[in-house]
Design a protein around this ligand. Structure first.
Ligand SMILES: [Fe+2]
Length: 385
């Protein structure tokens, strides 16, 4: 069977896969290996990054660690000049305050209300607020190199600020975008090779905007867990959660350090047990150039053009459910992302309603063409950055 099911998940298999050790000789560019996580001192690696042969070797080392070995790298002093980080922090914090003033203290759908502040699309918001600070912040060749090592050239950067206050609670262990944002039911509908594909379509990273000792709740990581193919189904299961709790590792970060990991690595933000550290990180989600279609299609218009005739046939019983599904798959956008997380939060799941689901819902409810058009337009507006 080319499908994975939650019932296939086996904790013993998982444990065997995780019973491994990253050796120093596998990561010759690393300054040290701590709890199976290779730690790189970026100022020392500038020469290597500027030499094409050495650069390939270093990028290859990172890719191998993230794909086949422990799944995560820490890059110390990714920003040697932490003044750049401080300037960006100041702007991000004022943007957070502005948003609070405008829309009140919204709950973040990835944490309990009040425990954190989130600034969605910090990339765009920073550029709009202060282009010079944006340039200083994003013109970082170390980040460019690690993104290239995982995704190749042509990648697409997105970023979100997460500020966790003292007392902020740990997350449950999980995997990240794409499949990590889907329910187990949805994941089961994708054939097994797509479970292997999902992690190579994105890279997950974080820039530390302050010193983050372990007690401030720096990300908990489970080395080697990205290698478990059924992990998108397994991470919600009790034995896997327990195993995570007993075996995760945490590496303190300094301001300007970064961590990058395979999005299939089991991980969770930790408890902020400090009294005074506002744990500020910019989370980077970098997408492969290849996660795109060949052509641009105006799917909103397509849906509007097709709907009246589809509704006629639906009401007359001359189109089957299977045919309708096929038609909508060819017509409407079938995925929730990319979107604006500010205006299009997930409803009743981990991902917001798709255009396909919207049209299917309208059809089922007997919505008029005008109603459909209004809903489609509202969705397009919600998704716009
Ligand atoms: Fe995550």
């Amino acid at each position: 069977m080319m499908y994975l099911q939650t019932s296939d998940c086996c904790i013993e298999e998982f444990k065997t896969l995780l019973n491994d050790t990253l050796r120093n000789d596998e990561v010759p560019f690393a300054a040290e290996v701590v709890s199976n996580v290779p730690v790189y001192n970026m100022p020392e690696l500038q020469q290597a990054l500027n030499d094409s042969t050495e650069r390939k070797k270093l990028l290859s080392e990172w890719a191998n660690v993230m794909l086949n070995r422990s799944g995560v790298v820490v890059l110390r002093k990714t920003y040697e000049d932490t003044g750049v980080i401080d300037k960006a922090s100041e702007l991000f914090l004022s943007l957070i305050n502005q948003e609070k003033e405008q829309s009140g203290d919204k709950a973040d759908h990835f944490a309990a209300k009040g425990s954190n502040d989130r600034l969605w699309n910090s990339l765009q918001k920073l550029a709009k607020t202060n282009p010079a600070a944006f340039i200083d912040y994003h013109a970082n060749p170390n980040i460019d190199a690690v993104c290239e090592s995982w995704l190749g050239p042509g990648y697409q950067m997105t970023a979100q600020i997460n500020l966790v206050h003292p007392g902020g609670k740990a997350q449950q262990p999980h995997r990240d975008y794409h499949m990590g944002f889907q329910t187990a039911d949805t994941c089961e509908q994708y054939p097994s090779h797509v479970h292997s594909l999902s992690p190579v379509l994105t890279l997950q990273g974080a820039i530390a905007h302050c010193d983050m000792p372990v007690e401030s709740g720096v990300t908990q990581l489970l080395p080697f867990s990205q290698r478990y193919q059924a992990g998108y189904l397994a991470y919600r299961l009790e034995p896997f959660k327990e195993y995570f709790k007993e075996n995760y590792v945490q590496l303190g970060l300094g301001k300007g350090d970064t961590v990058f990991f395979n999005p299939a690595l089991f991980h969770a933000a930790g408890d902020n047990k400090t009294a005074n550290i506002q744990r500020l990180a910019n989370l980077l989600q970098i997408s492969s150039a290849y996660g795109r279609s060949l052509e641009n299609v105006d799917r909103e218009s397509l849906c509007k053009w097709v709907y009246p005739e589809l509704q006629k046939r639906h009401n007359a019983g001359s189109i089957t459910a299977a045919q309708t599904h096929a038609l909508l798959a060819a017509t409407a956008e079938g995925y929730s992302f990319p979107t604006s997380m500010d205006t299009d939060p997930p409803v009743g799941g981990l991902a917001p309603e798709t255009q396909h689901q919207l049209v299917a819902r309208c059809l089922k409810n007997g919505a008029s063409v005008d109603q459909l058009c209004a809903e489609l337009q509202a969705l397009t507006l919600k998704q716009r950055a």
